[in-house]
Ligand binder design. Structure first.
Ligand SMILES: Nc1nc2c(ncn2[C@@H]2O[C@H](COP(=O)(O)OP(=O)(O)O)[C@@H](O)[C@H]2O)c(=O)[nH]1
Ligand SMILES: [Mg+2]
Ligand SMILES: [Zn+2]
Length: 275
């Protein structure tokens, strides 16, 4: 059954406050006994993105446990800065983040699988190498998905639909060859369904997030979105240290002796500059 929205909630769109998938709502009765959403409960986690045409980030899903950042090792090759942006998107919303490295079946991918895996593992992430074609790593992926509610983020063509079809063939999600982009996908609604899987777990049917706009992360909170920087926060000489040019910065010290990886720190700087 479909519920309508109490008038006040309909206007929430601009503030990112409207009802999204995963929201816990209070439902009352409207005229003729039809269900009406009266109120939206507090959000334990949220997934927010800023569409490329907008300056404001919008919440697209709430109360999900995990963000599965899905990239492919080749075709298209994973971009580290894109991975880092998606991880920040998940961290800032309080979701547990995993990195799924798909297409490990592709010839010549072993070296970069090893490199990306080591690097993100060192940053504090669980990395799941997978192939939707051979089934490698699918059991581990399935276990993560079935353990709670998740959203998949990642560039178009990384294999998100293929991975989900692999664990739930009945879903029959549309997959498409890399490089052929349908215009129809570009302006579709940002979120729609929370799909319950037969083995347990739910997956939000959100679009690809190929252009991750970060909007709702404030500069002081940004460093907290990098798990490997957390041990150093609060120890800098200046309380409001931005960890860029200040003397006595513990994060910069950690970067110079390799406790924080330079690539990750560069992503931090790039995102900070943009905010
Ligand atoms: N070789 C290889 N190709 C894959 C794999 N996963 C997906 N693909 C192919 O990559 C293309 C994009 O996959 P799709 O699931 O539509 O990606 P999405 O845009 O992230 O949903 C399709 O042609 C898939 O057949 C994989 O693990 N290995
Ligand atoms: Mg897809
Ligand atoms: Zn600092």
């Amino acid at each position: 059954m479909e519920a309508s929205l109490r008038g006040r909630l309909k206007r929430g769109g601009r503030t990112g406050d409207k009802v999204v998938i995963g929201d816990i709502v209070t439902v009352g009765r409207g005229s003729g006994d039809s269900p009406v959403i009266e109120a939206v409960g507090p959000r334990r986690t949220h997934l927010a993105r800023r569409p490329s045409w907008s300056r404001v980030a919008r919440v697209v899903a709430a109360n999900l446990d995990r963000l599965m950042v899905v990239v492919s090792v080749a075709d298209p090759p994973a971009s580290r800065s894109a991975i880092d942006r998606m991880l920040v998107m998940g961290e800032s919303g309080g979701m547990a983040c995993r990195l799924v490295l798909n297409k490990v079946d592709l010839a010549g991918s072993a070296a970069s699988v090893g490199e990306i895996t080591r690097s993100y593992h060192a940053a504090g992430y669980r990395v799941l190498p997978t192939s939707a074609v051979t089934g490698a790593g699918i059991d581990a992926f399935r276990a993560e998905i079935e353990a709670g509610s998740s959203a998949l983020a990642g560039p178009s063509g990384a294999g998100k639909s293929s991975l989900l079809n692999r664990i739930e063939p009945g879903l029959d999600l549309r997959t498409r060859p890399v490089g052929r982009r349908s215009r129809a996908g570009r302006h579709t609604t940002v979120s729609s369904r929370l799909i319950a899987l037969t083995g347990g777990g739910q997956v939000a049917d959100t679009p690809g997030f190929s252009d991750v706009g970060l909007g709702d992360v404030d500069a002081l909170a940004l460093a907290r979105c990098f798990p490997e920087m957390r041990p150093f926060l609060g120890r800098c000489h200046f309380k409001d240290c931005s960890h860029v040019h200040e003397p006595g910065c513990e994060v910069v010290a950690a970067v110079s002796d390799g406790r924080v990886q330079e690539d990750r720190y560069r992503s931090y700087q790039a995102i900070l500059e943009e905010l």
